[in-house]
Ligand binder design. Structure first.
Ligand SMILES: NC(=O)c1ccc[n+]([C@@H]2O[C@H](COP(=O)([O-])OP(=O)(O)OC[C@H]3O[C@@H](n4cnc5c(N)ncnc54)[C@H](O)[C@@H]3O)[C@@H](O)[C@H]2O)c1
Length: 261
C-alpha cells in the first residue's frame, strides 16, 4: 500500500462485512483502512469462516469480531448491539456480501427458482438496506460513509451470472435510494463495480475462468484487476477525498464497461 493513505482514517471506526479469507475483496479494503489508521470491526459467517476470519482480524488489531448472517434480522440486531456497547458510534460501513445458490449460477436464467431468486436478492441486495438502517443512528453527525460491491452483470447480460445480475441491479438501485434518504444526515452511499477477481464467491460462478481470461484480453487496459485495486478505490470513496460523491457506482475494471462488441 502506498503512503498517501497514511492517517486518512485516523480514529475512524469501520465495520466490514464480508471477509471470508485473505483473498476477499473486503480484506483488501480492510487493509487499506487499517493502513490509514482506522479501528476495525468484522463479521463472520459460521464457525468454518470464523477460523479464517479471526486470525486475519487480529492481525489488524480488530476490536470487534462477531458472527452475523445478514439474512437474519435478529443476528444483525445482535451484531449492532455489540457495536453500540463497544463503540457507541461508527464512521464507515463496508458491505461486501453476496450469495446465490450454486445451481442458479449456471445454465439458463429462465430456470431461476422462486426460492433461489428470493435468496439471491435477500442476501445480496436487501442486506445492504438492513445494515444501513442499523448504521444510520450510529453515524449521526459523523459524515458517515457506506460502500458496497457490484459487478457489470447488473447492466449487461453475462452468461451464468444470471440471478446475481438481477441482484446487483437491485443493489445499485438500493445505493441510489439509500443515498437520497441518508443524504440529509450527510451519510454517503456508493458502490464499486469491480472486474473479475479470483475469490471464494467468484469460484461459484460457472466458467469464471473464461470471464477472467476475457477481461484480461478484451479490456482497454488488457489486464485483470487485483483485489488491491478495489481496496485503493474503496479507500478513496470512504475517505474525505470522496466527500461529495454519493449514490454512484464507480468501475474498477480496466475499462471493460465502455466496450461494445
Ligand atoms: N470477485 C469478483 O470477481 C467480484 C467482482 C465484482 C463484485 N464482487 C462482489 O464483491 C463482494 C465480495 O465478494 P468476494 O469476491 O470478495 O468473495 P468472498 O467470498 O471473499 O466474499 C463474499 C462474502 O459474502 C459473505 N456472505 C455470504 N452470505 C452471507 C450471509 N448470509 N451473511 C453474511 N455474510 C455472507 C461470505 O461469508 C463472504 O465473506 C460480493 O458482493 C461480490 O459479488 C466480486
Amino acid at each position: 500500500m502506498t503512503t498517501e493513505f497514511k492517517h486518512l482514517f485516523e480514529g475512524k471506526k469501520a465495520l466490514i462485512f464480508g471477509v471470508a479469507n485473505e483473498r476477499s475483496l473486503a480484506w483488501s479494503i480492510a487493509q487499506y483502512l487499517h493502513g490509514g489508521g482506522a479501528r476495525l470491526g468484522f463479521n463472520f459467517l459460521g464457525d468454518a469462516l470464523e477460523r479464517r476470519v479471526r486470525p486475519l482480524a487480529e492481525s489488524v488489531g480488530a476490536e470487534i469480531v462477531e458472527p452475523c448472517n445478514v439474512g437474519s434480522d435478529s443476528e444483525i440486531d445482535a451484531f449492532f448491539d455489540t457495536v453500540k456497547k463497544k463503540w457507541s458510534d461508527i464512521d464507515i460501513l463496508v458491505h461486501s456480501v453476496a450469495f446465490a445458490n450454486r445451481e442458479e449460477l449456471e445454465g439458463r436464467f429462465v430456470n431461476t427458482s422462486r426460492e433461489g431468486f428470493k435468496t439471491a436478492l435477500d442476501i445480496s441486495a436487501y442486506s445492504l438496506v438492513a445494515l444501513a438502517k442499523r448504521a444510520e443512528p450510529l453515524m449521526e453527525g459523523k459524515n458517515g460513509s457506506i460502500l458496497t460491491l457490484s459487478y457489470y452483470g447488473a447492466h449487461k447480460v453475462v452468461p451464468n451470472y444470471n440471478v446475481m445480475g438481477v441482484a446487483k441491479s437491485a443493489l445499485e438501485a438500493c445505493v441510489r435510494y439509500l443515498a437520497y434518504d441518508l443524504g440529509t444526515k450527510k451519510i454517503r452511499v456508493n458502490a464499486i463495480s469491480a472486474g473479475p477477481v479470483k475469490t471464494l464467491a467468484a469460484a461459484g460462478i460457472r466458467n469464471f475462468r473464461d470471464m477472467l481470461a476475457a477481461a484480461g484480453e478484451k479490456t482497454p487496459l488488457r489486464e485483470n484487476i487485483s483485489a488491491e485495486d478495489v481496496g485503493s478505490l474503496a479507500a478513496f470513496l470512504l475517505s474525505p477525498m470522496g466527500k461529495h460523491i454519493t449514490g454512484t457506482t464507480m468501475y474498477v475494471d480496466s475499462g471493460a464497461h465502455i466496450m461494445g462488441v
